[in-house]
Design a protein around this ligand. Structure first.
Ligand code: F58
Length: 833
């Protein structure tokens, strides 16, 4: 090879400061096309990202090649959402070259923060479900597991949230506007995906009845690949996202007639499939487009998986030994019918053989018990959009119900609950039932949630298939949520116990003994204070509000939903405000209530609660009689990037959902790992967090899931009585209902009051209020004793080792996927970070 090329090759891989600097200059000029004097921050971000990407490409190919050569069993994580956030710091951190990069930029007169802050946040998800998928990608790569993510490359991610007069207003999130340096477009990786049309019956070569799907519309799915850098840079996995392309760019007939609009109409319509992420959380829109999105990415992914499998194999018998497909919720569950179609219609397998292969290949994770969030598509729509799949679903159902009939000794009510079709009213396909039946394993995401699955949504299925449901408590990646988001605390931890915790979070347990070390406590507090200062500056920039760094940072950040009970928190805020005003001579512990989170655009009650919090903030923050002892802020546009600033700064973590309703929660884990003390109900993974951190180091309050259930079964309770008997609650509600916080519109909050009284207070806000206030009071008292507070905070951090997503994916790998780590062979680049 020409020596000049050779040296450039080496340059591309160089990880030292000089090599990085030279690469940056080269990339800036030759790829971004800018002179250093004219380059904007964004240009520098693109430059650095492209140079970093160079450093992963060889290792990425090595990884892919190793999987191929070993014909390793792969796991395919199918998810309609990947909430990845920014990738620059993450890639640098996992490659172990943050400092080198900082210095290289420094030599160019640039600040690393300016460069990293120019990266848009990739928000291809709504909340916990999407972020879990992103944490799993990081963990699979860091564990050396052959894992692929498959999803949609949405042109618009989750909407940008702004506040106008305190109301949430949505704006499009144009994350791709300036290009995405991390992705590789693969115009040659293209699969047809069909919709509509009809099914034709015919006789195959041996005279058997067979079917083909004809006269369908076609869209193409084109791949975009993003390398997923594992910690240490040894394994680089792939996230493959599909983008919709029209089959014909122009209809020339129309175009020649001068009907330009008509000519491009078809193109725009088919490409709408990957246009926008549905922003709904918990309630399904029932939109045909959403259903088509699900099928679009699932079909393309399955075609790609089968193509890869067929490179090494001629029969499908081995598919379950070479591919595990994990369904992240029911969004890709149509894949069960699709794989049956591919195997039976396209590859001429017999039904029973195909069904066995399908079931052995798929596994399904459930993320919610809320009935309104369980997907059920109208039969009429499925029939129209995917006629062959509807037939297949009927066939699966008929065979299953026939078999069950004998076993249930004709219990018709049970059979109708087991059916894939909900026959009540408008007939619907129950995607949860399809996912259950077509999978060999079904899991919940916390111990409590898995138990409740067995008792509620899947009780009948659990009776039929007692070994199928298992639990996989969620986890979070310590790389992003501690090392990267909280450098102050990470460095302190590493200085005491070494850096083993980054890839083996259980090692963080060694900090437990440091909880009694005064010097360590002091340093732990210093790290927290640094993070609080950073957050205070962020709050000032975002909201104009000045908050006291030494106040309690009481944080509730998550999607806005009634079951998550931000309302309970704001009611406590009003009650505390009243107490402070009533007792001005008491020396109050200053409190800053910090909220963030988006509401689904059509979820009116959630939006009204956001407005209430903003209205309360306006009054409280400007009332001199509380002497700045109470501040309320609602940070706009919560996303992964904001979370990385907020979470490390929290003193208190609010995890206050109505017991039984939050499947797991993962924010609860991030906050506790960063040394926040939890105020929470015994819901989701809070139960397990309590077991790990110990009951003395967490503030538990409220009704248990069993108590909630008993209360509901016995016909509910009378919230009016509860309100009448609690003067502080009554006063807070009276203030809200009489317009103290909404003088411009006194009736604004009637729907909230209504829901809490006549509506029966479904989420038990009033029922849990008194105990919540007690827990808050206990936390405030403890905060007066900084040593004791810090001791408990350290114990929280030190006890969260088990909640690493490395542990979670290893459990999936062993107990569901049967996949094993593969060590890639790297061809002579000498790279060892
Ligand atoms: C969340 N679900 C659960 N759904 O609410 C949370 O408890 C759990 O920790 C997390 O999954 C991970 O297991 C969630 O985020 C969604 O965002 C769906 C998006 C699509 C529409 C329905 C809700």
């Amino acid at each position: 090879m020409d020596a000049r090329y050779k040296s450039r090759e080496i340059e591309r891989r160089s990880l030292d400061v000089d090599g990085l600097k030279r690469s940056f200059l080269e990339w800036l000029v030759y790829s971004v096309g800018k002179d250093a004097r004219a380059a904007t921050r964004r240009d520098w971000f693109h430059t650095v990202a492209l140079a970093v990407r160079d450093r992963v490409v060889d290792r990425w190919m090595d990884t892919t090649r190793s999987y191929y050569h070993e014909d390793a069993k792969r796991v395919y994580y199918l998810s309609l959402e990947f909430l990845i956030g920014r990738l620059l710091t993450n890639s640098l951190s996992n490659l172990g070259i943050i400092e080198e990069c900082r210095q290289a930029l420094d030599r160019l007169g640039l600040s690393m923060d300016d460069v990293t802050d120019s990266e848009p946040d990739a928000a291809l998800g709504n909340g916990g479900l999407g972020r879990l998928a992103a944490c799993f990608l990081d963990s699979m790569a860091s564990q050396g597991l052959p894992g692929y993510g498959y999803g949609i490359r949405y042109e618009f991610g989750l909407f940008e949230q702004r506040f106008e007069h305190g109301w949430q207003v949505e704006y499009p999130e144009q994350w791709l506007q300036f290009g995405n340096p991390w992705e590789f477009a693969r115009p040659e990786v293209l699969y047809p995906v069909q919709f509509y049309g009809r099914v034709e019956e015919f006789r195959d070569s041996v005279g058997e009845r067979a079917y083909r799907w004809v006269d369908a519309d076609r869209v193409l799915a084109m791949a975009y690949d993003t390398p997923v850098v594992g910690f240490g840079g040894d394994t680089i996995n792939t996230l493959r996202l599909w983008s919709a392309r029209a089959t014909r760019d122009f209809n020339f007939g129309h175009f020649n007639d001068g009907a330009y609009m008509k000519a491009v109409e078809q193109k725009i319509l088919s490409e709408n499939l990957s246009r926008v992420l549905y922003p709904n959380d918990a309630t399904e829109t029932g939109k045909e487009l959403r259903f088509k999105q699900e099928y679009f990415f699932t079909s393309a992914s399955l075609q790609d998986i089968l193509r890869r499998y067929l490179q090494h194999h001629t029969s499908f018998d081995n598919l379950p030994n070479k591919a595990a497909i994990q369904l992240n919720d029911t969004h890709p569950a149509i894949g069960i019918a699709e794989l049956m179609r591919l195997l039976v219609d396209q590859h001429a397998l017999r039904w029973d053989a195909a069904w066995e292969i399908t079931r052995a290949t798929f596994a399904y994770t459930n993320h919610t018990l809320l009935p309104e969030a369980l997907e059920a598509w109208p039969v009429r729509m499925v029939e129209r959009v995917l006629p062959r799949h509807m037939q297949i679903i009927y066939e699966i159902n008929a065979k299953f119900l026939n078999r069950s009939k004998a076993r249930t000794s004709g219990d018709n009510a049970k059979l109708s609950r087991l059916s894939l079709i909900d026959e009540r009213g408008d007939r619907r396909v129950r995607m949860g039932n399809l996912a259950f039946l077509g999978s060999h394993k079904v899991n919940g995401v916390s111990a409590l949630h898995t138990d409740l699955m067995k008792q509620t949504v899947f009780a009948d299925f659990h009776e039929e298939f007692p070994d199928r449901i298992n639990n996989k408590t969620n986890g979070i990646t310590p790389r992003r949520w501690l090392k990267q988001a909280n450098p102050a605390l990470s460095e302190l931890i590493t200085s005491r116990i070494g850096e083993g915790w980054i890839s083996d979070l259980e090692q963080i347990g060694a900090l437990k003994e440091k909880a009694d070390d005064v010097v360590f406590r002091e340093e732990f507090r210093r790290a927290k204070r640094k993070n609080k200062k950073r957050l205070a500056a962020y709050i000032a920039r975002q909201t104009g509000e000045e908050v006291q760094v030494d106040s309690i940072f009481d944080v509730q950040v998550k999607r806005m939903h009634e079951y998550k009970r931000q309302l309970l928190n704001v009611l406590h805020t009003v009650a505390l405000y009243n107490e402070m005003r009533d007792n001005p001579t008491v020396s109050w512990v200053p409190v800053t209530k910090i909220f963030a989170g988006k509401a689904a655009p059509s979820y009116h009650m959630a939006k009204l609660i956001i407005k209430l919090i903003n209205d309360v903030a306006k009054v409280v923050n400007h009332d001199p009689s509380v002497h700045d002892n109470l501040k309320v802020v609602y940070l706009p546009n919560y996303n992964v990037t904001a979370a990385e600033i907020i979470i490390p700064a929290a003193d208190i973590s609010e995890q206050i959902s109505t017991a039984g309703m939050e499947a797991s929660g993962t924010g609860n884990m991030k906050l506790a790992l960063n040394g926040a003390l939890t105020i929470g109900t015994l819901d989701g993974a809070n139960v397990e967090i309590r077991e790990h951190v110990g009951p003395d180091n967490i503030f538990i309050f409220g009704m248990t899931a069993d108590e909630v259930n008993d209360l509901r079964v016995s016909g509910g309770f009378n919230p009016r009585e509860v309100i009448a008997s609690n003067p502080s609650l009554k006063r807070a509600l009276d203030m809200i209902s009489t317009g103290v916080f909404s003088p411009d519109d006194r009736n604004r909050y009637h729907p909230i009051l209504q829901a809490l009284t006549d509506g029966g207070d479904h989420f038990l806000v009033t029922a849990d209020f008194a105990d919540y206030c007690r827990a808050q009071e206990a936390a405030m008292q403890l905060y007066r004793d900084p040593e004791e507070w810090t001791r408990k905070a350290i114990l929280n951090t030190a006890s969260m080792g088990w909640f690493s997503s490395d542990r979670t994916v290893n459990e999936y790998a062993k107990e569901i996927w049967d996949v094993h780590p593969v060590k890639p062979t790297h061809e002579g680049d000498g790279f060892r970070p």
